[in-house]
Write a protein that binds this ligand. Structure first.
Ligand code: NAD
Length: 241
């Protein structure tokens, strides 16, 4: 299947490892030019050189997604380096585990900043530029906890559901404006990444490379009518209908 994104310009946040990197790989395999960000310079440089092996241009931005100035920087990098922007993948590391009645104000602020506000900022910064082309694809990598909270991940559960509610609203706004822009969530269950290993792993885990291809599909031409969806990729782990 031709995803119709050859030559499109994509920003992938937190793309040096794990699901973000797998997404960048899948987009690169389809010919997308990439702006990839992460905090660690070395891991980002090594991710970029592996992505360039697909024959696409890759620009890196060393940045912490928690920093409120970063989204505007990523968008302006895409415009300066590649002349515009078509695809945005919002992502960040997950918050630490925490039981609901024990999480502190500071932890809650940090989780809401990194896993809710940073994505909203990125999308708000991107949409005016996407509108210029009358076409755009936005996908947030979140968690299957949007349909079923994960015990002991109170911080993650709270931030993810907030982002889902905001994104659902924004997707409808984008549709009613006939913007040509879609906004969806890709919601992973356990996948074999560093993050998952830190959390103790799981008996059954998905392959990050497969997950990346699902995000690439949500960012593709034929996914034009998929909007405001939370696509759960969890091997059937959740029981919600
Ligand atoms: P990971 O730890 O393997 O990779 C995270 C990537 O994000 C790395 O490139 C890291 O450098 C980057 N990063 C982390 N914090 C950052 C920050 N503040 N600013 C910029 N870059 C940052 O994680 P992953 O498994 O790929 O998970 C990605 C997202 O998906 C996380 O939010 C995670 O909670 C969520 N998730 C993952 C799983 C899973 O099984 N892997 C399941 C559910 C949800």
């Amino acid at each position: 299947m031709d995803l119709g994104i050859d030559g499109k310009v994509a920003v992938v946040v937190a793309g040096s490892r794990g699901l973000g990197f797998a997404t960048a790989q899948a987009l690169a395999a389809e010919g997308a030019r990439l702006v990839v960000s992460a905090r660690g310079e070395d891991a980002l440089a090594s991710a970029a050189s592996s992505l360039r092996a697909s024959g696409v241009e890759v620009v890196t931005v060393v940045a912490d997604s928690a920093d409120p100035d970063v989204p505007a920087r990523l968008v302006s990098t895409a415009v300066e380096q590649f002349g515009g922007l078509d695809i945005v993948v919002a992502n960040a590391g997950g918050p630490p585990p925490g039981r609901s009645l024990e999480v502190t104000e500071t932890q809650l602020d940090a989780a809401l900043n990194l896993n809710l506000r940073s994505s909203i900022r990125l999308i708000q910064s991107s949409v005016p530029v996407l509108r210029q082309r009358g076409w755009g694809r936005i996908c947030c990598i979140t968690s299957y906890s949007v349909v079923q909270p994960v015990p002991s991940l109170a911080l993650s559960n709270t931030a993810r559901v907030g982002l889902w509610a905001w994104a659902k609203t924004a997707a409808q706004d984008l549709a009613s404006d006939r913007s040509g822009i879609t906004l969806n969530l890709a919601c992973p269950g356990p996948h074999a990444t560093d993050r998952m290993r830190e959390l103790g792993g799981s008996e059954v885990m998905g392959d990050p490379a497969d997950f990346g291809k699902i995000v690439a599909f949500l960012c593709s031409q034929p996914a034009a009518f998929v909007n405001g969806a939370a696509v759960v990729v969890d091997g059937g782990a959740t029981l919600a209908l």
